[in-house]
Design a protein. Sequence first.
Length: 178
Amino acid sequence: MIGRRVLLGLLVAAPAWAQVVRLPPVVLVDQSGVRRDLGAVAAQRPLVLSFFFTGCTTICPPQTAAMQALQEELAGWPEPRPLLLSVSLDPFGDTPEAMRAYAGRFGLELGLDKGWLLLGGDPRTLLRVWRAFEQPESQPQDHAAQIWLGAPGGRDWRRVGALTPPDRLAAMLRQMAP
């Protein structure tokens, strides 16, 4: 059995870019029904990727509020400003209409020009994204309270807690900016 101090030491010693994720070459659908090539939207700017579903009543609302606070924190950034991506875990329930209604409930400002997209798609396409980011495939409510920070091009990623303060996330993103 590993002692607490040893475990803490391992966590602290872990490299900042502990994970390499390969973005799958997929096309998803945003809240407006626009088809978005994931690789193209990830190509030139840092990314903040989270997972959600519109019917969630547990972690998704506070995670969405945290993403909204981060969006506000990033508002004054020079271009290319980081892009927030919230990827659906419910391909049948999270239609563009449902995503727009969800955004309306939280007063979200969405679009490429606003720096945030809600993305859904068919189950097979979303499955490829979920697997790349180690999301549970069984039930949407089983997803972890985490977000992923990605360097431009979507090659290097860092997984952090979904409720990490926005100023800390912004500092981490600054390290990735081109």
